[in-house]
Ligand binder design. Structure first.
Ligand code: OGA
Ligand code: NI
Length: 346
């Protein structure tokens, strides 16, 4: 039953000479032929001195980057190069495994515990597809989920388990620094607000014509916070002042994106970057995303600490409610947020 489904995964295509028609976007949605250089303006946060005298300066840098770009890179993040390299290799090898093995995980069901799919979960109903395969599964608490993970390539569960634990610590540290920076009480994001952890790995094979295709649509992450570990291949772009800018794949850096929930909780103080992925002519590209999201039933609202001189811009809602509005509005962030906006005129 899975055999024709498996034909749709681009990682199962052995050679692609020309671009299939159902991957060609209409002219107004194409990224275009003009090459976008990686920008030197994207903030790079160096966490090396975070426990010393530079702490408050580094925190202010994080807050400014979140306000101005809604995205930044972090170096000296504390996760070892050995572990990030091993994990990248495991995922790259996963996508190269035989179609028959991967077919066990193929699913377009959002609730499936470990799902491998191509383009978007809406593959069946969309007319044009994104040049992307994706593997997504939950990671926290580890013992609740690890039995659903792939067992190949060898070491998958051990290495991805270790990685998940380490990047969770890193993301919780980032959230603590953000609390410190904007006056939210310590530990605010611990527990239910950051409970769900997903790993979401994108894989794109070389594309015969990157000017006509997209690896991922322009979007904002609906999460609390996201991080990306890029392999050494360009593709991620963020929208800044109406221009697309390339996010350089820096060695041993994590890209951090405050999600839409951070935007709401900070009452609009922090931004969440609009970003997309373009494809590469010659190279395969694999990116490991890790997302923290609130539990479904937890209330989300602008937090007291940021409201001293401001009226709340959003009403309280559950993450479940938000996510339905997000999906219902075609994953368009502004339209989804509109459902929860309060009028601030009193
Ligand atoms: C995402 C995302 C970017 C990338 O998964 O939400 O934006 O570079 N990924 O793969
Ligand atoms: Ni994203």
């Amino acid at each position: 039953m899975h055999s024709d489904y498996m034909a749709v995964l681009i990682s199962n295509w052995s050679s692609v000479q020309s671009l299939p028609e159902n991957y060609v976007f209409p002219p107004e949605r194409r990224p275009g032929a003009e090459e976008i250089q990686a920008s030197k303006d994207i903030p790079i946060i160096n966490l090396e001195g975070i426990n010393g005298s530079e702490r408050s300066e580094i925190i202010q840098h994080i807050i400014k980057a979140s306000q101005d770009f809604g995205l930044f890179q972090v170096i000296n993040h504390g996760v070892s190069r050995e572990l990030t390299d091993q994990t990248m290799r495991i995922f790259q090898e996963f996508f190269m495994l035989p179609a028959e093995f991967k077919s066990k995980f193929y699913s377009n069901d959002l609730n499936s515990s470990c799902r491998l799919y191509t383009s978007t979960l809406n593959y069946e109903n969309e007319t044009i597809h994104y040049w992307r395969d994706n593997l997504t599964h939950r990671c926290h608490p580890l013992e609740d989920h690890i039995d659903h993970w792939p067992e190949s390539p060898p070491g998958y569960r051990i290495i991805v388990g270790k990685y998940s634990t380490e990047v969770r610590k890193f993301l919780l540290t980032m959230l603590e620094l953000i609390c410190e920076g904007i006056g939210i009480k310590t530990g605010y994001f611990e527990g239910e607000l950051s409970k769900t952890q997903l790993v979401s790995v994108n894989h794109h094979i070389p594309c015969p014509d990157p000017s006509l295709t997209l690896g991922m649509p322009e979007h904002c992450d609906p999460n609390l916070i996201s991080m990306l570990q890029q392999a050494d291949v360009c593709g991620l772009q963020a929208l800044k002042d109406g221009q697309w800018i390339g996010i350089e794949p820096l060695a041993n850096a994590f890209v951090v994106i405050p999600g839409l929930q951070l935007r709401v909780i900070s009452n609009g103080k922090l931004a969440s970057a609009v970003h997309r992925v373009v494809t590469h002519l010659e190279k395969s590209r694999t990116t490991i995303g890790t997302f923290l999201t609130p539990s479904n039933d937890i209330m989300i609202r602008p937090v007291d600490g940021v409201l001293t001189s401001q009226e709340p811009m959003y009403r309280g809602y559950t993450y479940n409610e938000f996510f339905s509005a997000f999906i219902g509005n075609n994953c368009e962030a502004e339209r989804a947020l509109q459902c929860f906006k309060l009028s601030t005129m009193h």
